[in-house]
Design a protein around this ligand. Structure first.
Ligand code: SAM
Length: 239
């Protein structure tokens, strides 16, 4: 992992949790230990990379996706390719799957979630969420898309089987085939400004002409990219 691409204040705040996990006093000791025991790296990433997420996080952005972005893509293409980069435990991509199902188009979308933390990907693929995690969804959505699972809820198989998950690093990502809609939200804020422009360029290169990029509220596209801002957090690649 290219840790040099991340803003240092964000990393500094997470370092104590990492040292506590490894039970070592310094970053140098942590590095030595991980070199000897690389199986610890996945757990260490879980302390360093912040994975906070939610279903339909920033409801106004998802309302715009529901009203404008998804219908436009479904009108233009037979199959719509959607990717969530930095998907954490999957709430963002499951939200997109719910919108596609509500538009009767689940069989026309390809949904892929990518994250650098293998543990987050495993959690997303399990599709199990606590009562608290689904609490902000409407009762109708919970009923339609989830089934009871112990003390919590599990995404119903017909929805879960429409999604794929993979561990991948945004910093070195090269799209094999471009996406019609990329959600890359609340990840770029952790990347150093001098490294972020290359990441924005690679996101643009990973979009189909006229494709959409959805970012987090605090993430603004740098000037000079072929992106048109349609609404807060929503950009379109110039066709
Ligand atoms: C704060 S969460 C955001 C989750 C979701 N996108 C949202 O907005 O609700 C950021 C996620 O980005 C992931 N991440 C951080 N650096 C990454 C990288 N270089 N490549 C892929 N994922 C990364 C973290 O593991 C974490 O799950």
């Amino acid at each position: 992992m290219d840790i040099g691409a991340y803003r240092s204040p964000a990393l500094d705040r997470r370092l104590p949790a990492c040292l506590r996990l490894l039970r070592v006093p310094t970053a140098e000791c942590a590095r030595d230990l991980m070199e000897r025991r690389p199986e610890l790296i996945a757990a260490v990433l879980g302390t360093i990379l912040i994975g906070v997420s939610d279903f339909f996080r920033d409801p106004s952005v998802f309302a715009e996706i529901e009203r404008k972005v998804l219908p436009r893509l479904l009108a233009l293409r037979e199959r719509v390719r959607i990717c969530s980069i930095g998907c954490s435990s999957g709430q963002e991509l499951y939200s997109m799957a719910m919108l596609a199902a509500e538009a009767s188009a689940l069989d026309r979308v390809e949904l892929l979630g990518l994250d650098r933390r293998p543990e987050a990907i495993a959690c997303a693929a399990r599709g199990r969420f606590s009562k608290g995690e689904v609490a902000r969804l409407s009762p109708g959505r919970v009923e339609r898309f989830f089934e009871p699972d112990g003390a919590g809820w599990r995404v119903r198989p017909y929805l879960a089987s429409a999604l794929s998950w993979r561990s991948a690093d945004l910093i070195s990502l090269r799209a094999e085939e471009p996406w019609d809609l990329i959600l890359c939200r609340n990840l770029l804020i952790y990347i150093r400004p001098d490294r972020a422009s290359a990441v924005w360029e690679s996101l643009c290169a990973s979009l189909t002409p006229g494709g959409f990029l959805v970012t987090g509220k605090a993430e603004k596209a740098p000037a000079g990219l072929p992106l048109i801002r349609l609404a807060p957090s929503i950009y379109r690649l110039r066709p």
